[in-house]
Write a protein that binds this ligand. Structure first.
Ligand SMILES: Cc1cc2nc3c(=O)[nH]c(=O)nc-3n(C[C@H](O)[C@H](O)[C@H](O)COP(=O)(O)OP(=O)(O)OC[C@H]3O[C@@H](n4cnc5c(N)ncnc54)[C@H](O)[C@@H]3O)c2cc1C
Length: 393
C-alpha cells in the first residue's frame, strides 16, 4: 500500500477544524472495527476518524509505505509498472484507492472574480477566525456548504449562500437518525446495477446534514432563521458582478418533493415490517420557505463580499494514471470497481457497488467483492472485465 502522506492523510490534512462526520458513530465502522464507545449516536470529529483509521491500520498490520507518492501507473506486459517517489514496482494488479475527493471542484469563472475578494476552497478553510471580517459568499448548499455557511454566520460575518440542486434531509425522523432509516430500510444496500440511473446516483450531491451533539437539522429554513441570505445558483461573472439564476422556488420544491418521497418510503417500510410501534409518529418537515425576493446579482467590487468559499464539490485526481481508463469528466471507467483494463481495480468511489460505497462503512462489502475478483484474476490470468456478481458482492 503506497500512501503519499500519512495514514488517514485526507482526514489529517484536508478537513476544516470543526468538521464532524455526518454519519453516526454506530455506522462509521471498518471491517472488524466497530464503535464501542459510550455515544453510538454521536458523530466523530476529524481527529477521531484519523484515530479510527490508525487503529484499523495497526490492527490489520496493513503494509502501508507512507510518504511514497505514486507518480505513474502504466501497462507493462500482463500487468502494470508503478513508479513512485521511491522507485518502481512491477505488479499484475493495481487497486486504485486514491480517493474520490482529492481536489475541490471550482467553476472556471472563479478566475474572473475581482482580486480584492479572497477565494477559499474547503481544503484551505480551517475556521472563521482565519477569514477577513466582512461578508462571505458561500457557493453550494450541500453538506460542506450548509455547514460552513452556518459556522461563518455564527461568527458574526454576514453570509450569502448560493443554492443550486441539493438533497434535503432532516437530521432525525420519527425520533431516529435519518441515516438509521436509510440503513434499516435497506437504502444503503441498494446495488449499483439495480439503480435506475447510476450516473446520476454517482453524481448526487451530499445531503444537507451536520453531525452535532444536539442532532439539529441544518436545512435552508434553519439557515434563513439564522440570518443567512439565499440566492440562486451562481451562473457567471460579468463586469465584476456575480450573476445568479432565479427560480429558487423550483429548486426548493424539487428538494422538498424528493425528501417527502424518501420519508414516504420509510413510513411504508415501518408499516410493512410492523415497526410503527418502535418509532415516533409520522411527520413532515415544513416546506422550504422561499424568500420574498432574491438578489439576482451581487457587485463583487463594492466590498460587501470579502471572501468567497467554494463549496462546489470535490473531484478525484488521476494525473498519475497513464492507462486510458479515465473518461472526459475525469472519472474512472469501471464496473463495480473492476476497471476497464485487466488487473486494474478501484475502491472508495461513490456508489461503487452500493449506495453505501460513498461512505466509510461501505468499504467492507466493496473490498470483499473487488478482492474476490482480483484473486480470481491473479489465479487464472482471466482478463475479467466483467461483473463480480457471482462473488456474492
Ligand atoms: C468533507 C468530507 C466529509 C465526509 N464526511 C463523511 C462522513 O460523514 N461519513 C462517511 O462515512 N464518509 C464521509 N466522507 C467520505 C469519506 O471521506 C470517504 O468515504 C473515505 O475517506 C474514503 O476513504 P479512501 O481511503 O477511499 O479515500 P481518501 O480518504 O481520500 O484517501 C485516499 C488516500 O490516497 C492517497 N493518495 C492519493 N493519491 C495518491 C498518489 N498518487 N500516491 C500515493 N497516495 C495517494 C491520499 O493521500 C489519501 O490518503 C466525507 C468526505 C469528505 C471529503
Amino acid at each position: 500500500m503506497l500512501e503519499r502522506g500519512e495514514v488517514a492523510n485526507s482526514w489529517r490534512r484536508e478537513r476544516w477544524d470543526s468538521l464532524r462526520l455526518l454519519t453516526p458513530n454506530w455506522q462509521s465502522r471498518l471491517p472488524g472495527l466497530r464503535y464501542e464507545g459510550p455515544d453510538p449516536d454521536g458523530y466523530m470529529t476529524a481527529g477521531e476518524v484519523t484515530e479510527l483509521i490508525e487503529r484499523f491500520a495497526a490492527a490489520t498490520r496493513a503494509p502501508v509505505r507512507t510518504g511514497e507518492n505514486v507518480i505513474s501507473v502504466r501497462s507493462a506486459g500482463d500487468g502494470y509498472l508503478v513508479t513512485s517517489s521511491s522507485g518502481e514496482i512491477a505488479c499484475r494488479a493495481v487497486v486504485v484507492a486514491s480517493g474520490a475527493c482529492n481536489r475541490p471542484s471550482v467553476p472556471p469563472f472563479s478566475g474572473e472574480v475581482p482580486a480584492s475578494v479572497e477565494q477559499l476552497t474547503p481544503f484551505d478553510y480551517r475556521a472563521p477566525g482565519k477569514l477577513p471580517d466582512g461578508g462571505v459568499l458561500v457557493v453550494g448548499a450541500s453538506a460542506t456548504g450548509v455547514q460552513l455557511a452556518a459556522e461563518l454566520q455564527r461568527s458574526g460575518r454576514p453570509v450569502t449562500l448560493s443554492v443550486g440542486e441539493h438533497v434535503r434531509l432532516p437530521r432525525t425522523y420519527r425520533g431516529r437518525d435519518v441515516l438509521w432509516w436509510m440503513d434499516t430500510a435497506g437504502v444503503w444496500d441498494q446495488r449499483y446495477d439495480e439503480l435506475d440511473d447510476l450516473n446520476r446516483a454517482r453524481r448526487l450531491p451530499s445531503p444537507q446534514l451536520v453531525g452535532t451533539p444536539e442532532r439539529a437539522t441544518l436545512d435552508l429554513n434553519a439557515l434563513t432563521a439564522m440570518g443567512v441570505e439565499l440566492v440562486g445558483r451562481w451562473a457567471m461573472v460579468r463586469d465584476g458582478r456575480a450573476l445568479f439564476s432565479g427560480g429558487l422556488r423550483n429548486v426548493f420544491s424539487l428538494a422538498d418533493l424528493k425528501m417527502r418521497r424518501l420519508l414516504d418510503t420509510f413510513d411504508e417500510w415501518a408499516r410493512g415490517y410492523g415497526r410503527d410501534g418502535e418509532v415516533g409518529p409520522a411527520e413532515r418537515p415544513p416546506a422550504t420557505r422561499v424568500p420574498q425576493s432574491t438578489r439576482l446579482q451581487l457587485d463583487l467590487r463594492r466590498g460587501e463580499i470579502r471572501t468567497i468559499v467554494w463549496a462546489t464539490g470535490y473531484r478525484p485526481e488521476y494525473g498519475w494514471l497513464d492507462v486510458p481508463v479515465v473518461d472526459g469528466k475525469g472519472q474512472l471507467r469501471h464496473d463495480g470497481g473492476v476497471v476497464d483494463s485487466p488487473g486494474l481495480y478501484a475502491l472508495g468511489l461513490p456508489v461503487l457497488r452500493r449506495r453505501k460505497s460513498t461512505f466509510i462503512h461501505g468499504i467492507e462489502d466493496d473490498a470483499r467483492a473487488v478482492v474476490d475478483h482480483l484473486v480470481q484474476h491473479l489465479a487464472t490470468g482471466d482478463p475479467g472485465t466483467g461483473n463480480v456478481r457471482s462473488s456474492g458482492g
